[in-house]
Write a protein that binds this ligand. Sequence first.
Ligand SMILES: CC(C)(COP(=O)(O)OP(=O)(O)OC[C@H]1O[C@@H](n2cnc3c(N)ncnc32)[C@H](O)[C@@H]1OP(=O)(O)O)[C@@H](O)C(=O)NCCC(=O)NCCS
Length: 343
Amino acid sequence: MSKPQIRPAEGARYSRILGVGGYRPVRVIPNSEVLEWIDSSDEWIRTRSGIEQRRWAGPEESVAEMSVQAAGKAIAQAGISPEQIGGVIVATVSHLKQTPAIATEIALRLGCGTAPAFDISAACAGFGYGLGVADGMIRGGNAEYVLVIGVERLSDLTDKSDRSTAFIFGDGAGAAVVGPSDVPGIGKLIWGSDGSQADVISQTAAWDTAFAKPDAVNGAGDELKWPALRMEGQPVFRWAVWEMAKVAQQALDAAGITADQLGAFIPHQANMRITDAMIKALKLPATVPVARDIAETGNTSAASIPLAMERMLESGEARSGDLALIIGFGAGLVYAATVVTLP
Ligand SMILES: CC(C)(COP(=O)(O)OP(=O)(O)OC[C@H]1O[C@@H](n2cnc3c(N)ncnc32)[C@H](O)[C@@H]1OP(=O)(O)O)[C@@H](O)C(=O)NCCC(=O)NCCS
């Protein structure tokens, strides 16, 4: 007797982004306010990072609330109903409860029925990681529509006295609905990690260390100090400039697209100088619009690419149907790049 054979899931041939939406917290923090916490200058922050202001979430603007707002816009733009969503992926490093994942609450609040919902921790590459997983779910036949959310409240993890990070981070949420498509709308994902550099961006201490020995976190003293994000700016900067331009080029090559065919370049909003260095390395024609959302939004990690994408589409800098090169990179270290058709 022949062995029974499992019937495999069968999905769509291709997938694409059908809708994108963002949420930006109400409270704007200009550089002048940052100068109340650290010894710096508006000029230094602008020229070294390109940041003019960032937004920090208020008490009501929780990770879940910002996600629901952003996702609602993405779902409306996709023209589907929440019940049709067959997967909710939330990329975040700033949901402060270890378990359960925040994705299940978000799925419930959006009305996504019993859709599988889970968080992924891939820092500033989180949106790209989520997009890759969503593409696999749809083409593998395990979901028809998948919601990918990148959301952060990095202000909760920022040490306002740390000169090397206090001016960088912002809060916000960006979301995309990914669904089936007759034509390819998401290229091969070029993604990876380098655990040998895990220390260059990380939380100052694990929760157990922080609670057991508070002075291990932020210096001596008995007071329990909240762990924050710590970063070695220069190694991160060098890695981003040298290695990530190569990854971006690989994503273009894998998609069979040349730089001059792009309608937008949407890199993770880490630092305007990193973006400029990548533009040079990729020999990006001056005609290709580049996301520069960092000036007003700061570095919002997993939220930065979908937020920048939404802004470019809303402002008319990029148009629906254009090809966009996206690349995220950050703590892990991790990275993810691909070419997508804009919704
Ligand atoms: C953080 C970053 C903007 C710092 O810029 P930098 O040019 O590397 O700055 P450095 O740390 O070399 O410091 C240069 C000088 O500025 C000073 N400096 C550092 N922070 C400062 C601040 N906030 N304000 C004013 N001066 C500052 C330093 O003391 C140093 O002074 P010195 O030359 O007299 O010693 C930059 O390294 C960076 O963007 N790195 C990547 C960050 C990133 O992308 N992170 C996210 C990845 S997801």
